[in-house]
Design a protein around this ligand. Sequence first.
Ligand SMILES: [Zn+2]
Length: 356
Amino acid sequence: MRALRFHGVKDLRVEDVPPPDKAGPDDVVVQTAWCGICGTDLHEYMAGPIFIPTETDPFTGAKAPQILGHEFSGKVLSVGSNVRSVKAGDRVAIQPLVAPPDDFYARRGYGQLSARLGMVGLNWPWGGFGEQAVLREQNVAKLPDEVSDEQGAMIEPAAVVVHAVDKGRVQAGSSVLITGAGPIGALTALAASAAGATRIIVSETNPLRRERIMELGVVDDVVDPAAADTRRRIADQTEGGQGVDVAIECVGHAGALGTCIENVRKRGTIVQVGLSVGPGMVDISMLVTKDITLEGSWCYPLTLWPRTIALVASGKMPVERILSDKVGLDEAVGRGFEMLTKPGAGKLKILVNAAA
Ligand SMILES: [Zn+2]
């Protein structure tokens, strides 16, 4: 079968690799459908290996060259003798996190926080940019007819933002500021809207992305954080001019966290979703004197899939609106990874089909 594998920085190759054997008793073999290119994949491409193991991973057995891709949908080809929840022919969305069952956090229901966490497409022997993948039963969730294969590939990033919106306690009628209009910022806007937020403002430095974010149809205003009147403009759109109830930081930059601290109201909540490449300065005094709650948000609880799928199936979270392009495996680097790492690019989500 064909697969896109990571060999090193800027070195992704489409190669022939052996397809899976017969499914083990607890395994599900999937024919992949669509798989999204994620910011994590771009980090590996530009500066990896970061999460990709160069020595054999003691829990998962994975080792570079690694098949990439962790945001994907597919169709079940075969299942092991112990598998009950899916059968051959079922369409599924993949939940890529695999936690060791004996882990401190996994035993407490927080497997995503395990230090030995495995992730399909990063440190697992299979990934979504290969024609087939072997997964554990708990890593596949059946898709209803209302959810397309393309939407199914976006359940993973959708779960990331549903968790962030949960942690921000966004409620019916909330005002929300989102920093960053990339794919995660855009999905956060959709999730905040689905949760009932009635004023959604996005802050973004890239003019192309500022334009693109309004096309989602759920954003009330988009601001440039560097503009002189940004603070007043945001405040004027909130109750009593006090600032937003919730700010969700999707850039991973101290400057963007600073924008959140400035524009959230006193006793408001900030959720940090973006991963930072290095430390930076934030105004700690303002964080304290405004009595702000600051939350980190890492991945998602492993039980979030059914709820996220239901949200997409209901039409309340139209994840397909962030789709910029769909390409085959041979075009994944040129029209995918390269397009998304170009400075100032306006593209959001690009999906790859390994079989095309
Ligand atoms: Zn991802």
